[in-house]
Design a protein around this ligand. Structure first.
Ligand SMILES: [Zn+2]
Ligand SMILES: [Zn+2]
Length: 352
């Protein structure tokens, strides 16, 4: 008997993507009895579920962000590569390379295998385990940067731009706007790898997550609260803060700051301009166009389901490669890198 096609046992319901033989939702958009969570970003990891299964790191991130009680009534930790059997279904979590603890959900049922990537990237990241391609019948991919214009340079290149700016403007405070979960810690770790061993000052919104990364063995070095006691201390210093704080009065208390921003969207000049960013750093925790296509090819999946992002462009490219593409049209996921910017201006802002 032929293995059942994953579309017969994985369904899109109003709550999100549902795995029938396991009776759970993956990254559900509203509260459900049983959820499997790919990673800790707030559009994927929502509060109020009954049972929640995820990697130990993701569960810790959820508890830290939403409080013990709201991160699921029951939490079940599953480490990478530890198959879990639910009836006839086997579930395995495999690294996605997106942020600490991020996992692809590998599901096998009656000889048929589906993989839900969650968010993922292929660039090396000192703060999380690298993405591993898994061969499957259906690969569910994100497409945040699913336009050919998006090609992310090596992060070291972008870090070097910042360090260069510090030598040109040794008096100015350099404030890097970076998303509080994942991007901030990655930027800090990349600065350390580039040899910056001075204290790095962090906005209060980053403190708990940086401590959690440290507790998970990710070394971030000397971090200090960015509370301005003496302006002098911030001359030529690096401050990391959530993007919203950079556009705020909070940033203006520093001496003539250079506002930098670490995001894949910094590829789009108008975005940087609109956000008042003087030093755009193209550092993304999502796969760029080439890496989306490469990853899909490595899964050898004959069929790909596309979730948030630019579904049409990617599906078109897959069709040319004889891969069947399907837009899942799950509404409610947003890109954390753009969450604080206008979400719908991409089409208008993408250069021809
Ligand atoms: Zn994410
Ligand atoms: Zn996402």
């Amino acid at each position: 008997m032929a293995a059942p096609h994953p579309e017969t046992w994985m369904r899109v319901l109003p709550q999100g993507l549902y795995c029938e033989p396991g009776d759970f939702f993956i990254d559900p958009l509203r509260a459900v009895p049983r959820a499997v969570i790919t990673h800790g970003h707030s559009d994927h990891a929502r509060a109020g579920h009954g049972a929640v299964m995820a990697t130990p790191e993701t569960l810790a991130i959820m508890r830290s962000r939403m409080g013990e009680g709201r991160a699921g009534e029951r939490q079940q930790a599953l480490g990478y590569h530890q198959p879990l059997t639910i009836g006839e279904l086997t579930v395995t979590l495999v690294p996605a390379g997106h942020v600490l603890g991020s996992a692809q959900i590998v599901m096998e049922w009656r000889g048929s295998r589906a993989v839900v990537s969650g968010d993922y990237k292929r660039q090396p990241d000192p703060t999380c385990a690298p993405f591993e391609p898994v061969e499957c019948d259906v690969f569910v991919t994100e497409a945040t940067f699913g336009f050919p214009v998006f090609r992310h340079p090596p992060p070291q290149h972008e870090i070097a731009k910042l360090l260069k700016s510090l030598t040109i403007f040794p008096e100015r405070t350099h404030i890097i706007g970076a998303y509080s979960l994942g991007k901030s810690q990655r930027v800090i770790a990349e600065l350390r790898a580039a040899g910056w061993d001075a204290p790095i000052y962090i906005h209060g919104a980053l403190a708990a997550l940086c401590a959690l990364y440290e507790a998970s063995g990710i070394r971030l070095g000397d971090l200090r609260p960015a509370t301005v006691a003496k302006k002098e201390a911030f001359k030529g210093a690096i401050v990391v803060a959530p993007p919203a704080a950079c556009a705020d009065r909070w940033a203006r208390r520093f001496n003539d700051p250079v506002i930098a921003r670490a995001s894949g969207w910094m590829r789009v000049r108008q975005r940087a301009k609109m956000a008042g960013v003087e030093l755009p750093m193209i550092i993304s925790d999502h796969a760029d166009w080439d890496d989306l296509l490469r990853s899909i090819a490595e899964t050898r999946a004959p069929e790909v389901w596309v979730t948030h992002g630019s579904e049409e462009a990617l599906i078109h490219a897959l069709t040319l490669r004889q891969i069947r593409g399907r837009a899942l049209r799950l509404v409610g996921y947003e890109d954390e890198e753009a969450a604080e910017e206008a979400p719908d201006d991409l089409a208008a802002a993408v250069p021809a």
